[in-house]
Design a protein around this ligand. Structure first.
Ligand code: SF4
Length: 413
C-alpha cells in the first residue's frame, strides 16, 4: 500500500543564524555556569579516581554530555539570547532527556509544548513564533505543519540522528522495509519511522529486543498468524504494513542509543534468516544493514566496559529515567554488579537507603543498606544527557555519607 506524503509547505522555512560569535560567546559562558563542574574536571585530571576514608570512586573515562546534546543546549540558549524577550519561544517536548536541564530551559522563558502538538497548542502557535526542535528530531508531518504556519525553526536535531534518517529514506526508495532496532515510543524512533513513510511507498517495523527479532525472523521463515503478529507489534509498524508482503526485503537500522552488542545481533539474525530463505546469491536483494549507533553512545559503552573490568563493589549511573543511552549503561552494570540508576544525588537518602530506577518495573524502587561500611570502590558513569554538575553532586553526596568533605579532601592534595 502506498503511503500518501504530507503536502509540501506553502511557505519556505525561515532560516536564522544563531551561531554568531557575539551570541555564542555569551551562551557558552552561561551554559558553563549552569552545567560545568570544576570538581569533575579536577578528578578527571587526576586519572578519574578519588579516594578517602575507605571510599574510592572511579569515573568512567567517557561520560556525560555528548556533542549532540551540547549543540542542542547551546542553540536553545542562543535562541533565547537572539530574539527579543517578548518573542514567544516554544520547545517541542524535551530538549534532551534530563529533567534538570529541561527545568533550566523553562527558567530561560522557553515554553514547552508536546512533541506532537495538540490542537490547542497548534491554535496558540503563530506566524514567526520560534520553535525549537530537540536533539532527537521531530516527525516529518510536525515539521511540515510548523513550516506551513511560518514558524521560525531552531533545529537542534543531531547529525547522527539525521544519518539514520538518510539511510531509512534510501531503504524506502528501494522498496526495502526498514527494520528499526529501537523503542517504538521514543521520540527519535518516531521521527525516524516518519522518514520511512514520508517520501514514497516505504514501510517500517520497530523491534525492541532479541525476543521480538526472533519472532519476526521465525515469521519470515515459516509464516504464522498474521493477526497475532499485527497485535503483538501494534504501534510499531507503518500504516498498511502486511508481514506477508512487506518482509521480503528488509534493511536494518537502529535508534542511535541502543546497546551495540544487541544491535549487531539483531543484524546478524535478520541476515541469517534472509540468507536461509532466499539463498546467499540473492541476499543483497533481500537484506541491507547500516550501523547507526552514534559515536558518543559507543564511547560511553566502551568506557563503561573497561571500568567494569576493574574490581568494583557497586556502580552508580546518573541520568534521566527516560534516557535511552543511560538505561543501556545501567543494563550493562546490572549484568555485572549491584547498580543504582539515579537521576540526582538526592536519591541517595542515607547510607542505608537509596531510591533508584528499576527499568524492568518502570518505576523507582528503594534499596536498603546499599552502601557497605567497609573499604569499597564505587564506579560512576552518566548518560549523554547528564550535565557534570549533577555528577559533582553525586560525588559530594557519596563522600558526605562517609562524613568526608570533598572540598577539604581536594585542598589536601
Ligand atoms: S546520543 Fe548520539 S545521537 Fe543522541 S544527541 Fe548525542 S551524539 Fe547525537
Amino acid at each position: 500500500m502506498t503511503t500518501q506524503a504530507p503536502p509540501a509547505p506553502k511557505t519556505a522555512p525561515q532560516k536564522i543564524n544563531l551561531r554568531r560569535p557575539d551570541i555564542m560567546e555569551a551562551v557558552q559562558a552561561q551554559v558553563l555556569s549552569h552545567y560545568r563542574s570544576e570538581l569533575v574536571d579536577r578528578i578527571r585530571a587526576r586519572g578519574n579516581v578519588l579516594s578517602a576514608g575507605g571510599l574510592t570512586i572511579k569515573l568512567a573515562k567517557e561520560f556525560g554530555f555528548c556533542y549532540g546534546v551540547e549543540r542542542a543546549i547551546d542553540l536553545a540558549y542562543a535562541a533565547r539570547k537572539s530574539f527579543p524577550p517578548d518573542t514567544p519561544i516554544y520547545l517541542l517536548g524535551e530538549i534532551i532527556h534530563n529533567p534538570e536541564v529541561n527545568d533550566q530551559i523553562r527558567h530561560l522563558g522557553i515554553q514547552t509544548i508536546s512533541n506532537k502538538p495538540t490542537p490547542e497548542e497548534w491554535s496558540r502557535l503563530k506566524h514567526e513564533d520560534v520553535v525549537i526542535i530537540p536533539a532527537f528530531g521531530t516527525e516529518v508531518s510536525t515539521r511540515r505543519q510548523l513550516e506551513e504556519k511560518g514558524c521560525i525553526l531552531v533545529d537542534t536535531t543531531c547529525g547522527d540522528v539525521m544519518s539514520v534518517w538518510k539511510r531509512v529514506r534510501q531503504y524506502s526508495k528501494e522498496t526495502v522495509t526498514s527494520i528499526i532496532h529501537g523503542k517504538a515510543k521514543h521520540e527519535e524512533t518516531k521521527a525516524t519511522t516518519s522518514q520511512a513513510t514520508a517520501y514514497g511507498a516505504g514501510h517500517y517495523l520497530v523491534v525492541y529486543n532479541l525476543a521480538e527479532t526472533d519472532y519476526v525472523c521465525d515469521y519470515i521463515l515459516h509464516g504464522g498468524r498474521k493477526r497475532e503478529f499485527l497485535e503483538k507489534f501494534r504501534g510499531a509498524y507503518s500504516p498498511g504494513f502486511d508481514p506477508d508482503l512487506h518482509l521480503q526485503a528488509v534493511g536494518v537500522a537502529n535508534q542511535t542509543t541502543m546497546l551495540r552488542g544487541e544491535t549487531e545481533e539483531v543484524q546478524r539474525r535478520f541476515k541469517a534468516v534472509m540468507e536461509k530463505k532466499h539463498g546467499p546469491e540473492h541476499l543483497p536483494r533481500h537484506f541491507r544493514f547500516f550501523d547507526t549507533i552514534c559515536g558518543a553512545t559507543q564511547d560511553r559503552q566502551d568506557a563503561l566496559q573497561k571500568l567494569l573490568a576493574e574490581p568494583l563493589d557497586l556502580l552508580i549511573v546518573i541520568g534521566g529515567y527516560n534516557s535511552s543511552n543511560t538505561s543501556h549503561l545501567a543494563e550493562m552494570g546490572e549484568a555485572k554488579l549491584p547498580t543504582y540508576f539515579i537521576k540526582n544525588a538526592a536519591k541517595m537518602v542515607s547510607d542505608r537507603l537509596i531510591l533508584h530506577y528499576n527499568q524492568h518495573l518502570h518505576k523507582e524502587v528503594e534499596t536498603q543498606n546499599w552502601l557497605p561500611p567497609a573499604h569499597i570502590t564505587v564506579g560512576i558513569t552518566a548518560g549523554a544527557s547528564c550535565p557534570n554538575n549533577l555528577i559533582e553532586d553525586t560525588i559530594r553526596r557519596l563522600f558526605e555519607l562517609r562524613g568526608i568533605s570533598v572540598q577539604e579532601l581536594l585542598a589536601g592534595h
